[in-house]
Design a protein around this ligand. Structure first.
Ligand SMILES: Cc1ncc(COP(=O)(O)O)c(C=O)c1O
Length: 482
C-alpha cells in the first residue's frame, strides 16, 4: 500500500511549481540542485505575525532568524519592510547591514565572537546575551572602545513552572532563571555600558506548555527588574512557531502507525534498512521516541503565537498577552522557519532510475543529503515530479531517493517515498517548502560536487520573473526575466 506524505504547497509556490518550462530552463541554465526563493511570500508571513501583534494590541518587533536561510534576496526584501532581523554570527550581521538593515533593527543572538560583539555594539544592535560572562565581556569592549551604552536582552533558561508538571530541559544557552543574583550584579556594575532592554528566551521545542511557563517566567522577571529601578521594555520569546509541512493529517497518522508496525516486523519495512527514526523493537514491544519533526501540525506560525498570547498564565490566571500589555512590555519574536513557510523549493534533476534490493526502486538525483537536509532536520515530505501530473501515471511506485555522494549514508530520504508516476532520467523532482533550514543550512562541497545556486522568483502581473539571488534588490525588480 502506498504511504504518501503529500507536501502542503500553497499560493505563489504552488503557482510557480506549475511553470514546468521555466523550472526546466532554470535547471538547464544553473544546474542541479537549484534553490528558488520567493521574497514576496516572506513579506506576507511577516504581515501575518504583525496582525497578531495588532489583535493583542502589543507593540514590538518581529526579528527574522537569518540562520534559517542564507539568501540575499530574502534579507534584502525584508530590509525594505519594517521588520527586524536576528543575526547569529559576524557573517550574518555583515550580511544584514549590507542588505540595508540599520543597527537598531538588528538583534544579535547565539554564541558570539569578540568581533561579532564589537560590531553589534558599534552599529547599535540589541545584544541578546547568553550569559553574565558575555555581558561582562561586552561591557569591557564598550568601555575599552569608548562606545555608547549597548541595549542588552538577558536570555534566560530553565524556567520552573509554578504548580505545573512540565519537563524543564537543560539548555547550553541562557542565564538560569532561578539564580538571577549574578545578572543583577553585572547590570549594576556596568550601568554605564549596558542598558537593560528586556528578557528573552528561545526554546527548541514545539510544546506550548513549556513556552507558557517561559513567558510567564519572563514577565515575573520583568516586574522584578522594574522594582529594582531598571527600565526593561521588551520580552523576546524567540522562535519555534513551526510550520505545517503536510497537506493531510490522516496521511501523517497513517504513516506513523505503519512505521510502528514495520518496526515490530509485522509489515514490510517502510524505511531503508529498517531504520526506525528512533523507534526500536524490544521483545515485540516498541521502545524509543520518534525523533521526527511533527510534519503535520495544525497550529503553527502566527496562529501559534496567537494561541500562546491567549493562553492563561497558570499562576496569574490571565492571558499572557494581556499581562504583557499591562506591564507596558513590548513583544519581540525571532521566527525563522515560520517566516519561511512557502518561501522556497529545491529542484533536482533525476540522474538514474534502477531496481534496488527487495524489489524497491532506486532514484539517484543530482544533489546530496546536505543540499536538501530534510533527513537531518527530521522532516518527511514527498517531492513533486515537475510535470508529473501528466495523464497515464500508473503508479504508485515505492522508491528510495539517493544522493550523488559515494557514501552509503547519502540518502535524500531514508523513508520509502511513493510517487504516482515514475520519473525518467532528466526529469525534475522538486522538494517544496524547503526554504527554512533545508536548502542551505548544511550544504557544503563534499566530493567537490557543486552547491546549489539560488534564484529569486517573483510575479509581475501574470508573469513570473527571476534573477540570481545576489542580483536581487527590492528597488527595481524588472531586470529579471522569464
Ligand atoms: C536564539 C534563536 N532564535 C530564533 C531561532 C529560530 O527558530 P525557528 O526557526 O524554529 O523559529 C533559533 C533557532 O535555532 C534560535 O536559536
Amino acid at each position: 500500500m502506498a504511504s504518501y506524505l503529500e507536501a502542503r504547497v500553497e499560493g505563489d509556490l504552488r503557482a510557480l511549481l506549475q511553470q514546468h518550462d521555466l523550472l526546466r530552463t532554470l535547471v538547464d541554465a544553473f544546474g542541479s540542485p537549484l534553490n528558488l526563493v520567493l521574497p514576496d511570500q516572506l513579506v506576507g508571513n511577516v504581515e501575518a505575525f504583525r496582525a497578531v501583534h495588532r489583535d493583542h494590541r502589543l507593540a514590538g518587533q518581529i526579528f527574522f532568524a537569518h540562520k534559517a536561510n542564507r539568501s540575499s534576496a530574502l534579507v534584502r526584501e525584508l530590509a525594505a519592510t519594517d521588520a527586524g532581523i536576528d543575526v547569529a554570527s559576524l557573517g550574518e550581521l555583515q550580511h544584514a547591514l549590507g542588505a540595508g538593515f540599520a543597527g537598531h533593527r538588528i538583534m544579535a543572538t547565539g554564541p558570539k565572537s569578540r568581533d561579532f560583539l564589537w560590531l553589534a555594539a558599534r552599529v547599535g544592535a540589541v545584544v541578546n546575551a547568553d550569559s553574565t560572562a558575555e555581558l561582562t565581556e561586552l561591557a569591557g569592549l564598550v568601555a575599552a572602545h569608548g562606545l555608547p551604552p549597548v541595549r542588552v536582552m538577558a536570555r534566560l533558561s530553565g524556567f520552573s513552572p509554578a504548580g505545573v508538571n512540565v519537563l524543564v530541559r537543560a539548555s547550553r544557552f541562557g542565564i538560569p532563571a532561578d539564580d538571577l543574583g549574578p545578572l543583577w550584579e553585572v547590570l549594576e556594575k556596568y550601568r554605564d555600558e549596558l542598558d537593560l532592554h528586556g528578557f528573552a528566551y528561545h526554546l527548541d521545542t514545539v510544546g506550548l506548555p513549556e513556552k507558557i511557563a517561559a513567558l510567564e517566567g519572563c514577565l515575573r522577571v520583568l516586574d522584578e527588574a522594574l522594582e529594582r529601578g531598571l527600565n526593561p521594555v521588551a520580552v523576546d520569546i524567540g522562535g519555534g512557531f513551526g510550520v505545517n509541512y503536510l497537506a493531510h493529517g490522516a496521511q501523517w497518522e497513517q504513516w506513523t502507525t505503519e512505521l510502528t508496525s514495520a518496526v515490530l516486523g509485522r509489515t514490510p519495512p517502510l524505511t531503508w534498512n529498517g531504520h526506525g527514526y528512533g523507534l526500536r523493537n524490544e521483545n515485540g514491544k516498541v521502545r524509543g521516541v520518534l525523533g521526527l519533526y511533527p510534519a503535520y501540525r495544525p497550529l503553527t506560525g502566527a496562529a501559534y503565537l496567537d494561541r500562546l498570547l491567549a493562553s492563561e498564565s497558570p499562576s496569574l490566571r490571565r492571558p499572557l498577552g494581556s499581562l504583557l500589555l499591562e506591564s507596558m512590555g513590548e513583544l519581540y519574536t525571532e521566527p525563522g522557519r515560520a517566516l519561511l513557510d512557502q518561501c522556497g523549493v529545491v529542484l533536482t534533476r533525476v540522474e538514474e532510475v534502477r531496481p534496488g534490493p527487495g524489489g524497491d526502486l532506486l532514484i539517484r538525483v543530482a544533489a546530496n543529503a546536505r543540499d536538501i537536509s530534510l533527513e537531518e532536520h527530521g522532516v518527511l515530505l514527498d517531492p513533486v515530479l515537475v510535470g508529473g501530473d501528466r495523464p497515464g501515471g500508473d503508479g504508485p511506485y515505492g522508491v528510495y531517493l539517493l544522493g550523488n555522494l559515494c557514501l552509503e549514508s547519502d540518502l535524500i530520504t531514508r523513508r520509502k517515498v511513493f510517487l504516482p508516476t515514475l520519473p525518467s532520467p532528466g526529469d525534475l523532482l522538486a522538494f517544496p517548502n524547503t526554504a527554512g533550514y533545508f536548502m542551505d543550512f548544511s550544504a557544503g562541497r563534499p566530493l567537490m560536487q557543486p552547491t546549489a545556486q539560488t534564484i529569486a522568483a517573483y510575479r509581475d502581473g501574470g508573469s513570473w520573473l527571476w534573477c540570481l539571488d545576489e542580483q536581487y534588490w527590492p528597488v527595481d525588480r524588472r531586470e529579471g526575466t522569464a
